[in-house]
Design a protein around this ligand. Structure first.
Ligand SMILES: [Zn+2]
Length: 260
């Protein structure tokens, strides 16, 4: 089938992000406020959007090239704050502040018939759940960090998240976020929960995600995909109770009775 590619532009995404950024806390003292929190958030977004491996490379990319200023033309930013400024401004902001932007983006994709193109296997939306690590350090850590203890006695602190991603075998692109159009499905962070000493793990995180994302009046059929990590009775049971279908890999080594 020959489908016309519809793409969502960075400036459109910035507009969606903007709608969520009305009253951001700004705890800075003094008058040196060249950049606003809103500005820093958009700059942070542009760093991820361009998939730059570092802030330094991002800075270079945003600089004017052949008379064209990428920061301005792609993201509507007058100037890009440096990484320290971005971190300082964004650290106090909760990630959930911008979760609404996932929903608006999904709505846009739905209205523009893009979600429809992703449907597969009797009109199913396929959601791949995946644990992904987005922070790691041997030094810098916070009370929510999980940690890995190494043989040489050193410790790596890290943060991960379960990210629900819409995938389709016929598409090169993936869509991060939402499953049913009437619910908003943000990522679930894998982090030590408040007041807990125990490490968090992906299985516990996906259970939290399933518990808080029930499909009540399913307008859409959703099939969850994951490797052998989730093919355990408690997760399968919870997925069905919450209204999902699932395809989880079951390895012979972890499902001996089933294979017999
Ligand atoms: Zn941490």
């Amino acid at each position: 089938m020959n489908q016309k590619a519809v793409t969502i532009s960075p400036s459109q995404l910035i507009r969606f992000l903007d709608q969520e950024l009305k009253e951001l806390p700004d705890n800075r003292k003094g008058d040196n406020k060249k950049y606003t929190v809103n500005h820093a958030l958009k700059a942070g977004f542009s760093a991820f959007f361009t998939q730059s491996p570092s802030f330094l490379q991002h800075q270079r990319l945003m600089k004017p090239k052949k008379g064209k200023d990428n920061a301005q033309s792609l993201f509507g930013l007058e100037a890009i704050p440096c990484d320290n400024q971005i971190r300082k401004l964004l650290d106090p902001i909760r990630a959930s502040t911008v979760f609404g932007a996932f929903k608006t983006t999904y709505k846009w994709l739905e209205t523009n018939q893009i979600i429809k193109q992703f449907k597969y296997l009797d009109n199913q939306i396929l959601i791949a759940l995946n644990g992904t690590e987005y922070y790691s350090s041997k030094k810098i850590n916070c009370p929510h960090c999980n940690c890995r203890k190494h043989r040489n006695g050193s410790v790596t602190y890290y943060h991960q998240a379960v990210t629900p991603v819409i995938v389709s075998p016929s598409k090169k692109q993936v869509i991060l976020k939402d499953t049913a159009s009437h619910i908003n499905f943000p990522p679930e962070f894998i982090k030590k929960q408040d007041g807990r000493r125990k490490q968090d793990c992906e299985n516990a995180a996906v259970k939290r995600w399933l518990s808080s994302n029930i499909i009540e009046e399913a307008k859409e059929e959703i099939t969850l995909l994951r490797d052998d990590l989730y093919s355990r009775q408690p997760i399968c049971k919870l997925a069905l109770e919450q209204g999902y279908n699932f395809i989880f890999v079951a390895k012979p080594s972890s499902h001996q009775t089933l294979y017999e």
